[in-house]
Design a protein around this ligand. Sequence first.
Ligand code: PLP
Length: 419
Amino acid sequence: MKFNTTLLHGNAVNRYAYGATQPSVCQSSAFHYPSAEELEDVFQGRVPGHAYTRCSNPTVDALERRLAEVEGGLAAVACASGMAAVTTAILNLVCAGDEIVSSSALFGGTAEFLEDLERFGVKTHYVPKLTAESVKPLLNERTRLVFGEVISNPSLAVTDVRAVAEVAHAAGVPLVLDATTVTPWILRPIELGADIVIHSVSKYIAGSGNAISGVIIDSGNFKWDATKHRALAHSAKFGRFAFTAQLRNAIWKNLGGCIAPQNAYLAVNGLETLGLRMERICANAKALAESLDGLPGVTVTYPTLASHPDHELIARDFRGLGCGIVTLRLGSRERAFRFMNALRHVCLATNIGDVRTLVIAPEKTINAHSTPEQIAAAGVFPDTVRVSVGIEDAEDLIEDFRQAIAAANAADAADGKTE
Ligand SMILES: *Cc1c(COP(=O)(O)O)cnc(C)c1O
């Protein structure tokens, strides 16, 4: 089965009660059993079953099975948000004294969390871009994971997953990747050697900007050594399932960042049309990027453009597809604001992966709590505008963006500036 068929008819699509085609929303906190013995059996994992929705729930289970299948993973653990997935996955692997090697081209919340970890004795070494050459010299006996985004939000740096996985594995550490911007429709990082894949499900998977949610997907391929990954010592006996077992039995369960059943239902719903939406979103984003590239008063970053340093990698590993984000620089913060305020059919809002096109200037919004160093390292500038492209008609988007750039240029001309 190919991608879209798997979404609708894959092994993970359960036979739901009453022949329902969608899982029902199981809005129950606890689950009761006829005897004390059976209740205890469920808690002990001796028989399958649900006990309490913070730990497992039938609607959430349906989402997790489907996401594990479409990413080609062994198991998935759904979380309350993308940030819950990022933080919980990392915390599952580190103890005080351990180190992380990460790209600095990161989503704002992730960059801030890695700084928070310093307070708990976990040090992160940053590379401007995740490559085999940049990562290798920073790996040492204290390194526990290599972290990055497959295509970074919003700087659009592209990771050579296979090459980075190879150097990480040679040093005995897993590659943990946030794949939010690519989605399994563009690239399945596990096929290229990634060990743990994270998504903010809030974005393209849920797809309509209506359910904050996240997921951690375990490939099951990493050979855990509990003398090195001390955080997994109690779960080493679960072998291929060690990482997921440690999440479920300890840090994920105890942090309490579970997804709400209603949001899991919305994410399952969204997932079914992921391929259809991504096809349209990527076609629109490419058309928009190409039509704006070279216009006076704007610089366009998009992975398939010949000017993008990684366009050959995109052709090789990403099926020649870019992603749903186009990043613009307008020359100054004032011009960026004029441009945004001149847009007619586009929402000024944060978020990516909505069906409608959204724009935001990230520097003092998404990155409001980041340090100037984090912002610069994330590839965010005062004049940066992130465009999350939606499923509107491309002609309307192109016309709107062109007239808004012209409006910013005209305002400059009226101010007597030459651009
Ligand atoms: C949005 C986003 C997150 C955080 O996800 P939330 O669901 O908002 O918590 C993490 N990583 C990337 C790349 C994102 O775009």
